[in-house]
Design a protein around this ligand. Sequence first.
Ligand code: UD1
Length: 350
Amino acid sequence: MHILHVVGARPNFMKAAPVLHAISSRNGTRQSLVHTGQHYDTNMSDVFFRQLDLPKPDVNLAVGSGSQARQTAEIMVRFETVVLEQKPDLVVVYGDVNSTIAAALVCAKLQIPVAHVEAGLRSFDHTMPEEINRLMTDQISDYLFTPSQDGDHNLLREGIRREKIHFVGNVMIDTLIRLLPQAKCNLEGLPERYALITLHRPSNVDDLDALGALVSSLLNISQQIDIVFPVHPRTRKHLAALGRDLSRFHLLEPVPYLEFLSLQRGATAVITDSGGIQEETTYLGVPCLTVRENTERPVTITSGTNVLIGRDVDQLTVELAKILSGNKKQAQIPPLWDGHAGERIASILS
Ligand code: UD1
């Protein structure tokens, strides 16, 4: 049996590692890894391969950046050639990025079975490119591995057959549990007490009015607590265009996985628009304020430490004041976020 895994963008790497490792500990399966090249900077890609013990990709499609359509189409064209050459028995795709839908669509048309890891999540917000990627990928996948039970309910409601759906837990948390003991951050000059910020959603950073309002709110917050802000490449361009004085912030380049885990663990609060960080903070018990109107990860709100801020950035100051006064949300770790999701997937696929 030949299983081919497809990764492309930063959050895929933490999800693929536990599945690759769990399958490789079983006999009789050949695995290969294709990197689409959606993310290509060393600090967005290579460093994650090293820290997560991922094998060097067998193929790098080197698609790079582009519009939604161009990037997706370019991955499809280049990936089809690889699939026709390698003839895998199964292709595994991860998460909700453009690489995920592009690879799944190629395989569905070539009638090669597809497994989708992190299936069933829904924000119900069709303005997000990721929501379109999730909906489409799940419709054409053969194995749907869900991280939480809301995923199963969403898929059943969309008419997916029960026998295709497998509630296995959260692979991203597998990686966190494995590497947390090694997490450390040697960056110099960082404060002891800080709020950690990440922003990269197009709705927050591509629109300069929205970004300007967020920056004003963060400048306000920086009078109460230091701000540590690793800046995503998408965000960097737009922050520069804003032309504001950001010297009150500790601005960083994107940080590697182990350093970022350490920063999360030590934060008084995390302010983010990422999906995965909502989950990691829930596991770590660190308060998370999500600068979005919705989340595809509702379990981080119902069980975890996550609070949705919505469009009203003033709410950020209100919620942060609660955290700073010691009024933290009580949280529990959701079912099957236990470090063994990758093994469950390997066992089902075998
Ligand atoms: C993508 C995913 C998003 C995920 C995020 C994590 C889609 C639709 N979006 O968004 O779900 O949360 O990755 O980071 O797939 N760039 C670099 N170096 C890189 C990669 C990107 O400079 O290594 C710059 C490019 O200018 C590019 C921009 O960042 O235009 C955005 O990259 P892109 O992959 O298009 O989307 P992300 O915003 O990273």
